[in-house]
Design a protein around this ligand. Structure first.
Ligand SMILES: *Cc1c(COP(=O)(O)O)cnc(C)c1O
Length: 362
């Protein structure tokens, strides 16, 4: 490499993202509970829409995503003109950093916040600022204390990954109200559909000009492989992002599958109810084995062990049993394992394996 060639400042500070593992050497019936995927997969309507898209593969996709934005508007009661679609919600998070962050700017994320916030900040040349949580819960006071006149964005996942905890509407409102005038609150609602009676921050977006929310099709909609997410915010912010969005960022198959998925509200509701039932069952069963967790509002449980040694040993035992869960030492939770809520047989299998590890069954 020529001596003078260097990437932009910040880029080399980004550690390569490690996704959930999906296979184990020598194990055939691997159970993957490491990426918070929907164990039931996408709705049949989404699969059919994807199949139909095969006949139009030679055509460029829509550049304005009108079909998907209209469907989102119909289902969620939002103004389609203020919706932006991205290649996963990750792309929207990157857009926000590219549009509003540069060298010298600070971006706040929480202690156990999602890895992409830091990556997108560094990619834009900005400075990530990590703020402590209170017992694995977002601490609004700590965030407000960390704000200054260089703060441009505050990223909060609500519910948060990997903790599974969330804060209430009044705390979110207090956070948005207390931000400095140049800062935007980005509410990442990747798991919002799993929460009963939570608007994902919609009312707050409508009431203010400094809040945007992001959503994804990768979790409850079961379309992680399609890469579709969306954002909703003030018209000015959406228009800024649309300037840098690739005109053909979304594939036609992804748009078609997502549009059908969001309209299949019965299926989404079934997934929400199933998840809540199996999550309670799994969390209770693990707690009875001496593996507690905070009350989760998402589609995973953050299982806590005595220490890092025990968490690693349990992870090894699970792998030997063909089960992949997520180590979260990179999220400063080395004594924990994040376990995605699977279908009933998956939950029984993982609980049985933990019980064997704990010596509770032979
Ligand atoms: C899974 C997840 C996302 C979704 O990312 P996509 O790019 O839409 O697949 C966003 N935020 C958090 C906190 C997540 O856990």
């Amino acid at each position: 490499m020529a001596d003078g060639i260097k990437p932009q400042p910040g880029i080399m500070d980004i550690a390569l993202y490690e996704g959930g593992v999906s296979h184990l050497d020598g194990v055939s019936n691997v159970l993957k509970l490491s990426s918070n995927e929907n164990p039931l997969g996408p709705s049949d309507a989404a699969k059919e829409a994807f199949s139909r898209a095969v006949h139009q593969l030679h055509r460029y996709p829509s550049t304005d995503h009108a079909g998907l934005r209209t469907a989102i508007g119909d289902v969620w009661g939002v103004d389609p003109d203020r919706v932006i679609c991205g290649v996963g919600s990750d792309e929207i998070l990157h857009f926000m950093c590219q549009c509003y962050v540069g060298p010298g700017d600070e971006v706040i994320h929480t202690e156990h916040g999602f890895a992409i916030y830091r990556i997108a900040t560094l990619a834009a040349g900005g400075t990530p600022v990590e703020v402590r949580e209170r017992e694995r819960v977002t601490d609004v006071d700590a965030i407000l204390e960390a704000c200054n006149d260089r703060t441009k964005l505050v990223f909060i996942a609500n519910p948060n990954n990997p903790t599974g905890t969330m804060i209430g509407q009044s705390e979110l409102a207090r956070l948005a109200e207390g931000l400095p005038s140049q800062a935007i609150l980005v509410l990442d609602g990747a798991y919002a559909e799993y929460v009963d009676a939570y608007d994902a921050g919609l009312a707050l977006v409508e009431a203010r000009n400094n809040v945007i929310m992001t959503r994804t099709f990768s979790k409850i909609y079961g379309l992680g492989g399609m890469r579709v997410g969306w954002g909703y915010g003030p018209r000015e912010i959406i228009e800024v992002m649309n300037r840098i969005r690739g005109p053909f960022n979304m594939s036609s198959a992804a748009l078609a599958a997502a549009e059908a998925a969001v309209r299949d509200t019965d299926y989404t509701e079934k997934c929400r109810v199933d998840n809540a039932r199996m999550r309670e069952w799994m969390a209770t069963a693990l707690a009875e084995l001496g593996v507690p967790s905070d009350t989760s509002t998402a589609n995973f449980v953050l299982a806590r062990f005595a220490d890092e040694t025990e968490a690693d040993a349990c992870d090894d035992a699970l792998r030997k049993a063909g089960i992949i869960v997520r180590k979260v030492a990179g999220y400063k939770l080395p004594h924990c394992l994040r376990i995605t809520v699977g279908d009933e047989s998956a939950c029984r299998r993982v609980v049985h394996a933990v019980a064997q590890f704990k010596g509770a069954v032979k």
